[in-house]
Every structure is written in C-alpha cells, then in structure tokens.
Design a protein around this ligand. Structure first.
Ligand code: PMP
Length: 321
C-alpha cells in the first residue's frame, strides 16, 4: 500500500530504493471485535487496525519510514550523518529498526523511566541513547534533542517527529487508503489517540477527502499525569506542530483506569494482547458505539503489550479484573 517507488529503477536515486524490510511496513490487518461488542446492535461494528504487524512492532514504522525517506531525498541524511530525535519508545524503535537496515546511525533522547524492555530493544538495535529526567517526561526529551541538534547541526539530522510533516504524510499515504480499501469504503468513524497526532492528522485528512461524512474522533488522556504510554495531554504539553486541532469532529478524554480495564478485557475477551493506548482508544470507541444505531467504527491499535510486560498493569490482578 505504500507509494510505489520509482527509485528502484533510477540509479541516481539508488540509496532511496526500499530495503527489503521496508516493503513490510503497512498493510496491517483490520479485525472486527466480536466479544466486547456483543451488547451493541448488530449494525454497529468496531474494527481494529492491528499496527503491531509492522516490522518493528508498532504504528510508528509508517512515520519513521516517511521521515527517513524524506530526509534521504532532501540530502539531509547519508554521508555519516546521525539521525537524532526524542521519543518515549515506539518511534525510536522504528527509527532504529529501519536505520539499522540502511546502515544509518541513530541517537535518541529518551525519558529515563521508559520501560526496561524498550531501552533494551533500542540498545539491541544499535541506537545510542541519551536518558533524560523522568520528571520532565517527553517534553524533557524534546528539549534535550533540540539542544544537541543546535550544538552540532552538521553532525545530526534532527528528525523532529512532532513537527516533521513526513510524520502525517505517512498516514495520509498508507493508513488512510488501507482503511478505505479494507472497509470497502464503509467506514463511518475513525477513533485514534493523539501522541504526535500524526496518525489522526494524516489518516483523518485522507478519510475526510474520501468522504466528508466520515467522523474523526481524537482521544487524549483526561489529565496531565496519566499512564497512557504514547499519548499526550495536549493542554499541558508542548503542542506538536503537525497537530491540527480543527480537524477532529470530536475530542474524547479517557481516564487511565478505564484504559487499563479495557486493555485487560481485550486480552481476556478478544485474545488481543495490546498496549494501553489501544485499550484507551477502545474505551472511546465503545462510548461512541453506545450512542449509535448503525455504523462502522475503525479504531487504531498502535502496538502490542509485549513491551510493557514489566508494567504494573500486567502484575497479578484481584479476581474479576
Ligand atoms: N500509541 C502508542 C503506543 C504510541 O507509541 C504512539 C506514538 N507516540 C501513539 C499511540 C500516538 O500516535 P501518533 O504519534 O501518531 O499520534
């Protein structure tokens, strides 16, 4: 589903040709949820886009691929330059994965409280890490990356996922068209959480262009201090430059406790071992579905639960949870 590259046939642009690994990005399954939706009218259906099927295990492969390609095309990477960015995890793993396959070096500013699994994976992929103060969260990592980029502009290509238009272009060119094709154009609602907002902005713009009747539901944590990894509470964070607050038809806030419950239910009732942001998006999708008589909701499941195994949420729970 990715744009066909013409670069393969153009020797002058040979370094842009897709690596074999990159051909695996995108074209993720769209799966109808069956058991946690049993209470809904039959005409209300919820489909999940299973993004851990990407090579590095999350939706961020799409954005990382487009960021990497745009930089190579513009001559900003290559010749030993290092790709630099801040990330709380998935985007870093995606950069490190795709860059390893191209022999490009990667340096990442990561909050020191990122899960042990993530830090281990990033190191395994050869990324060099700068750990930043946990108390400053993802904003602290952003500020550190800006500082490094400003100090040595020749050494680094600062990918700046929060402001790089390639982050949303990826979803405009891949996630959006995939959803239309896989739903036979039947999708009525998109539900997606906001991190950089690349998923919502890119997919949302494509779906709106396909049909202005498709409703876009953006989901955020309900508070500045929350446990929904990968999401941002916009009002209290540095605003991503690519975010377009006017695009979504509706904004929904989800409590971390509700997201945890939904994440556990997805594992136990649907056999889907997902990350907490997928659970959080499911809370919003179920709330929306409860107000509908008919419709075809597509909800984005950004990653699986494996990177979060050391998290409190997968420790033994009291019966019933
Ligand atoms: N969920 C997870 C687990 C993520 O890592 C991210 C990316 N930060 C998101 C959701 C949000 O995606 P986006 O950056 O495209 O808004």
């Amino acid at each position: 589903m990715l744009q066909a590259t013409t670069t393969k046939t153009n020797p002058a642009l040979a370094e842009l040709a897709e690596t074999n690994l990159e051909t695996l990005v995108g074209n993720t399954p769209l799966l109808q949820l069956q058991r946690i939706t049993r209470h809904l009218p039959a005409a209300v259906r919820i489909f999940a886009k299973l993004e851990w099927h990407n090579p590095s295990g999350s939706i961020k492969d799409r954005a990382a691929l487009f960021v990497l390609r745009a930089a190579l095309q513009a001559g900003e990477l290559g010749r030993g330059r290092v790709l630099l960015d801040s990330t709380s995890g998935n985007m870093g793993i995606a950069y490190a994965t795709l860059a390893a396959a191209r022999g490009i070096a990667v340096k990442l500013c990561v909050p020191e409280n990122a899960s042990r699994e993530r830090i281990a994976v990033l190191r395994a992929l050869g990324a060099s890490l700068v750990l930043t103060d946990a108390a400053e969260g993802s904003d602290g990592a952003i500020l550190k990356a800006r500082e490094l980029a400003a100090a040595e502009p020749e050494r680094y290509f600062y990918a700046d996922q929060y402001n790089n238009p390639a982050s949303w272009h990826a979803h405009y060119h891949t996630t959006g068209p995939e959803i239309i094709a896989q739903s036979n154009g039947q999708v009525t609602h998109l539900v997606a959480g906001l991190g950089t907002a690349g998923t919502m902005v890119g997919t949302g713009r494509y779906l709106k262009q396909y049909s202005a009747d498709i409703a876009l539901v953006a989901v955020q944590p309900d508070a500045a201090f929350h446990g929904i990894e990968g999401w941002k509470h916009m009002a209290s964070s540095i605003q991503p430059g690519i975010y377009d607050a006017a695009l979504p038809d509706k904004q929904v806030a989800v409590r971390t406790e509700d997201a945890l419950l939904a994440t556990r239910r997805l594992a136990k009732e649907e056999g889907l071992f997902v990350g907490i942001s997928a659970g959080a998006a499911t809370v919003a999708a179920l709330q929306l579905a409860a107000t509908m008589q008919a419709g075809h909701i597509v909800v984005i499941f950004p990653d699986s639960g494996y990177k979060y195994l050391s998290d409190r949420m997968w420790q033994p729970q009291p019966a019933g949870l």
